[in-house]
Design a protein around this ligand. Sequence first.
Ligand SMILES: [Fe+2]
Ligand SMILES: [Fe+2]
Length: 226
Amino acid sequence: MSILENKINELVKEDIRLASFFQNEKIDFCCNGHRLVGEVLEEKGVDKDAFLLKLENYAHNLENEGEKEDFFKDMDDEELIGHIRVKHHLYTRGVLKELDQYVSSIVKAHYRHDKNLLLEINRLYGSLRTELLEHLIKEEVDLFPLIIEGNFKEASAQILETEKEHDAAGHILQELRRVTNEYTLPAWACETFRAVYHHLEALESDLFRHIFLENSVLFERVLSAK
Ligand SMILES: [Fe+2]
Ligand SMILES: [Fe+2]
């Protein structure tokens, strides 16, 4: 079977390090990871041969960097949930705490330089923050315990809503990329402004992997077992 006939998330499941490749190519592997590689390339008008060559080179270089990362395959649901909480939920809360301070500082310091940009960043960051903090606590208190208890029927009913929240966060991140012109720093950017762009991009990368582990690994297991 050609790679083009694979689902994007199946390739990432084989080795999560491929997530960076898809991210660089601006191919959504988390919220829309269930789509076929070939179908997405066609839609984006990307040359398939050139793409496959790039992917092959990328995968080849990864081989030189040691073991492939499919650690989640050996984890049971509870272990995977523990991993998601420690690796991704803690990180998300920590980075939001820093961004809270930095975003309000840059709005004050740079409003005069580019009012529209600062207001857009403030608004979108505010929505992302609210969305994510509510999302994390809902997973931790409502959804994850159901999965650990093995109550897959009730868990499945909540998964649909949870995936919609992932999409919503993904859309806000897309908007942030658009208004910041792919996080291109303005000439007047200070260190705090740089830190805001840096943290937003880091949060985006982490969130893509986080959502991938939930939608394409954990939730898929629950939905297929109910
Ligand atoms: Fe999560
Ligand atoms: Fe989530």
